[in-house]
Ligand binder design. Structure first.
Ligand SMILES: [Zn+2]
Length: 640
């Protein structure tokens, strides 16, 4: 049967035809990108696990099954029945009910005690009372952001179910327009870094890829994506797809909700959590400085309510003529390259987001394997000829030698780190070299948002590379924060660090712009025995950049609002090679993988000279013809 061309009603009747009467499906609903079957016999589906996959492969749509509400026991009763079956020694820390998926998530310290017979019994009882069960291993205490997310999702559960049904009916609406073309409009992040936002439009639908802000500029006109240039009506937007959590890609999303957007945001689960962390942290910082941001907590909650998370590699309908697939980008936790399949084989587009095409301690290199790609939109942060970074091994060697030098002379080492990505890489490096005795066992102190960001990494081991994932899932190990590390959670505890002997301090922020790293720097900078090591890019105008450029005297505002003059006598060093972005060579080798596939390349997310250099290299060295271009903000390119 021609489902693709057919009407919605034919999808439903096809599903019913494939179900035996004992499946007792009472109704079928479109909920977001999934089709939900409500059954009065959940047990049937659990005992016949092939029924759903065979429907999925026939109709090529995501199908979930859940108990009909009439069969489902109230949460409190269900909680009691399930709790009774969990052995105490397993160490339950949470039992979370997801009424939308009809799922109970059991969080335990030792999941091995919930295997075999115990698990069968739990599943059996759960099915009787209309719930499915999932188990998650808890390695570390749950981050606050996660608790906030769980709480928000729970309090808006009914509203969210209705929202998902609206979204579902819109995704699976019948196609009415037969005209075919594909246009992309660059609303930000073109010929610049910051405020990434790309609108993909077909005659049938409109999809926004990323929607960020540029925090490095002062004028509003340059800070926000230029939605005004195209008179975009937010109601016409079918979906926002978010590549990763960084604010230059995500920061404008709350504003879309502020001005009336009611559609979905698709991203991975870690991206939802990290974006929530970064958006709420930005609000806190603004509040502490007595400033007001362009959104508030209610808009962050709107984002959470409208978010639909997807695993890597799942092909998902997001509009009548668009299917979305997210795959690993190797940049930060949950970061994704975005593949859009448009109009049943008509056109395929890949937008890389930010990516690392090289191995890091946390991630596999960015994915480049796609069955079909006609157009590639690539970032170009390090697209300059000279943007060639040392290998990871060289970078680690240099870091370890540099730390050893200072420790041996009795000094302290401060490493300012961005909270997400770089911080976790450095934690892994320090752990490994200390256990190999290549670094002395001095105290390692960590302070700032990086502890929260690190515990978020422990929630999603399946998004990390295999080695780290196995250590977390199978060995129950915390590879980042070991007993060697001391977490400083209050400014008064810093005294211990300042009075103590040689030590290593990791603190946010990475560019000495706010956060505890500034307080450490101002205390340590006057002693020539100490050293500050930067491991991330220092943007012009930041304190980090001024220090790196050799300023010998700097002014810092202390916690009482008084200006303090600091003489910088300590050593300052920058070590490249830990970046989450591809360097020039990695960009070229990634793009080369598309050589026999693409007809068009578009270079974005780079300062003018870098984007243009990468563009020229693509045309001259890889394709030997003019295939690539650098658009400007406001420009539209017809891809098909
Ligand atoms: Zn990024």
């Amino acid at each position: 049967m021609g489902i693709e061309e057919g009407k919605l009603s034919s999808v439903i009747s096809e599903i019913f035809q494939r179900l035996p009467p004992e499946a007792q499906v009472s109704r079928i609903e479109f909920e977001g990108p999934k089709i939900a079957l409500y059954t009065k016999n959940l047990k049937f589906f659990m005992q016949n696990p092939n029924v759903i996959p065979s429907i999925v492969s026939a109709i090529k749509k995501h199908v979930v099954v859940k108990a009909d509400e009439s069969e489902r026991k109230e949460e409190e009763e269900a909680r009691e029945e399930i709790s009774r079956l969990i052995p105490k020694e397993a160490g339950v820390s949470g039992i979370i009910f997801d009424g939308i998926q009809g799922e109970i998530l059991i969080e335990v310290k030792d999941p091995s005690l919930l295997e075999g017979e115990v698990r069968s019994k739990i599943d059996e009882v759960a099915q009787e009372i209309g719930w499915k069960v999932k188990v998650r291993r808890v390695i570390y205490h749950n981050p606050q952001t996660y608790e906030f997310l769980v709480h928000t999702l729970k309090s808006y559960e009914e509203e969210r179910l209705l929202l998902l049904r609206d979204i579902g009916n819109r995704i699976f609406r019948d196609r009415i327009i037969s005209k075919k073309d594909v246009l992309v409009t660059f609303l930000g992040g073109a010929d610049e870094v910051g405020r990434s936002a790309i609108l993909v439009a077909t005659p049938e639908s409109k999809i926004m890829l990323d929607c960020g802000v540029n925090l490095g500029v002062s004028s509003m006109a340059d800070m926000f994506p230029r939605l005004d240039l195209i008179n975009l009506i937010l109601e016409d937007l079918d979906a926002v797809v978010l590549s990763h959590a960084h604010l230059d890609h995500s920061g404008f999303i709350p504003v879309l909700f502020k001005y009336g957007y009611e559609g979905p945001v698709y991203c991975t689960e870690p991206t939802l959590t990290l974006t929530t962390l970064l958006l709420t942290d930005a609000l806190k910082v603004a509040e502490s400085e007595g400033k007001q941001l362009y959104y508030d907590t209610s808009h962050v909650k709107d984002f959470i309510k409208h978010c639909i998370t997807l695993p890597y590699s799942s092909v998902t309908d997001i509009a009548p003529d668009v299917k979305l697939t997210l795959t690993n980008a190797g940049h930060i936790l949950g970061s994704a390259t975005i593949h859009l399949h448009i109009g049943q084989g008509l056109f395929n587009l890949v937008y890389t987001g930010d990516y690392k095409f090289g191995k890091s301690r946390l991630f596999q290199p960015a994915n480049y394997i796609y069955p079909r790609v006609e157009a590639l939109i690539t970032e170009s942060t390090y697209g300059g000829k000279d943007d060639i970074m040392p290998s990871r091994e060289e970078a680690e060697d240099k870091l370890i030698n540099s730390i050893n030098e200072t420790i041996n002379q009795g000094g302290k080492v401060l490493i300012p780190v961005p909270a997400v990505g770089r911080a976790q890489e450095i934690l892994l490096v320090l752990n490994e070299y200390i256990s190999q005795k290549k670094l002395p066992e001095v105290p390692v102190y960590i302070e700032g948002m990086l502890t929260e960001a690190t515990s978020i990494h422990l929630l999603y081991p399946e998004f990390l590379n295999k080695e780290i994932k196995d250590r977390i899932i199978f060995q129950g190990e915390n590879p980042f924060i070991t007993e060697r590390y001391t977490i400083i959670s209050h400014p008064k505890d810093r005294e211990e660090v300042f009075r103590g002997g040689p030590s290593i301090i990791l603190a946010t922020s990475g560019m000495l712009e706010g956060g505890p790293s500034v307080a450490y720097f101002s205390e340590l900078a006057e002693d020539p025995k100490n050293k500050t090591i930067f491991v991330s890019y220092q943007v012009a105008g930041t304190l980090g950049r001024r220090v790196l450029d050799g300023s010998k005297q700097i002014n810092i505002m202390d916690s009482n609002g008084k200006i303090k003059v600091i003489n910088v006598n300590s050593k300052v060093e920058k070590i490249d090679g830990f970046s989450g972005h591809s360097d020039y060579n990695q960009l070229l080798s990634y793009i080369s993988k598309f050589k026999n596939k693409v007809q068009k390349i578009i270079v974005v997310h780079g300062e003018d000279s870098k984007a243009r250099n990468l563009n020229e290299s693509i045309n001259r060295f890889i394709f030997k013809r003019n295939i690539s271009e650098v658009p400007r903000v406001g420009e539209t390119i017809k891809l098909y």
